[in-house]
Design a protein around this ligand. Structure first.
Ligand code: IPM
Ligand code: MG
Length: 366
């Protein structure tokens, strides 16, 4: 990258968000030092901390900072302080809002078994052998964004609407099928077409797009309840899994257990907007939440945030080799027995957030 510095917007957020993103930034700087790239970081408020300071979960300055960046690194949002379900402003609105504002319609959540962590999973090793999934979750549609009504004193009825349009399904299908092509060319699309109208449209559109544009991709449809079962029965049977917003949210928490811990899984949210390098201006975040119970103690697992930084290098900056160096560094610290408390099973050494981050940095610099 003998090019201009990469501009990264950092939205650290709440709870353990700031602690884990600090380690991801250290890792990016280490990659910069080793490979001669430059990163310029700017920060923005999101979630509970934004509500405290500005009254809004997603201040407009934050959207501006993100739109002017090549990529966004996000920590986590939310916490008990802002948990009142009747509050008009909630931290999660910040997260949903930034995804929508940046047009990030596809969320990539890779789930790969780390052999060193086989014992950290609650599942049997023979079930986990060979797990290597990529879940593509639709991120800006479905029941998260459809028309809704909150219950009120006058009308104690509430509803949310699972609404999908054909173009929304087409674009995320293309992205998932493209990803499948780069892997084993197998794609499993998840829906509830035996009950939901939006799922019947989903199934029809996915079928048409794949048949017309990706005839080489092997497509199967799986009902979401069956997929919940298959994921713990024979997870290695799947490669790329495509799901709507809500189904993808639920299935990826389940799938995180295949990798050993939520603390390990990164994600990339992508759309059509390109950055100054001609790559997607993505948003990168761990799939875990703000973990308020352990926030501020320096014990959170920074690896999901660090692996999110690796995805940032890959997808938004086109730095595949650098991304792999980070991923190998993470594998290497785990193989050496370093563990944060969430993956402490069989640990040779339990370390804190900063120590884990430093260990990854050290291996990058080797
Ligand atoms: C996720 C989270 C979010 C979601 C919440 C915090 C709004 O669970 O990224 O998976 O449901 O999308
Ligand atoms: Mg979730």
């Amino acid at each position: 990258m003998s090019r201009q510095p990469a501009r990264v917007a950092v939205l650290a957020g709440d709870g353990i968000g700031p602690e884990v993103t600090a380690e991801a930034i250290n890792v990016l700087n280490a990659v910069g030092d080793r490979f001669g790239h430059q990163f310029v970081f700017s920060s923005g408020l999101i979630g509970g901390c934004a509500i405290d300071e500005t009254g809004a979960a997603l201040p407009s300055e934050t959207i501006t900072v993100c739109s002017e960046s090549d990529a966004v690194l996000l920590g986590a949002v939310g916490g008990p302080k802002w948990d009142n379900p009747t509050a008009a402003v909630r931290p999660e609105q910040g997260l949903l809002g930034i995804r929508k504002a940046l047009g990030l319609f596809a969320n990539l959540r890779p789930v790969k078994l780390v052999p060193a962590l086989l014992e950290a999973s609650t599942l049997k090793p023979e079930v986990l052998a060979g797990v290597d999934l990529l879940v593509v979750r639709e991120l800006t549609g479905g029941i998260y964004f459809g028309p809704r009504q909150e219950a009120s004193a006058d009308d104690p009825t509430a509803f949310d609407t699972m609404l999908y349009t054909q173009p929304e399904i087409e674009r995320v299908t293309r992205l998932a099928a493209e990803a499948a092509r780069g892997r084993s060319s197998r794609l499993a699309s998840v829906d509830k077409a035996n009950v939901l109208a939006s799922s019947r449209l989903w199934r029809r559109v996915v079928t048409e797009v794949v048949a017309k544009e990706f005839p080489d991709v092997q497509l199967e449809h799986v009902l979401v309840d069956a997929m919940a079962m298959h994921l713990i029965r024979r997870p290695s049977a799947y490669d790329v899994v495509l799901a709507g917003n809500l189904f993808g949210d639920i299935l990826t928490d389940e799938a995180s257990m295949l990798a050993g811990s939520m603390g390990l899984l990164p994600s990339a949210s992508l759309g059509n907007a390109l950055n100054s390098y001609g790559h997607p201006r993505g948003l990168y975040e761990p799939i875990h939440g703000s973990a308020p119970d352990i926030a501020g103690q320096g014990i959170a697992n920074p690896l999901a945030a660090i692996l999110s930084a690796a995805m940032l290098l890959r997808h938004s900056l086109g730095l595949e080799d650098e991304a792999q160096v980070v991923e190998r560094a993470v594998e290497s610290v785990l193989a050496d027995g370093l563990r944060t408390r969430d993956i402490a099973w069989g640990a040779r050494r339990i370390v804190g957030t900063a120590e884990m981050g430093n260990a990854v940095v050290q291996r990058i610099m080797q």
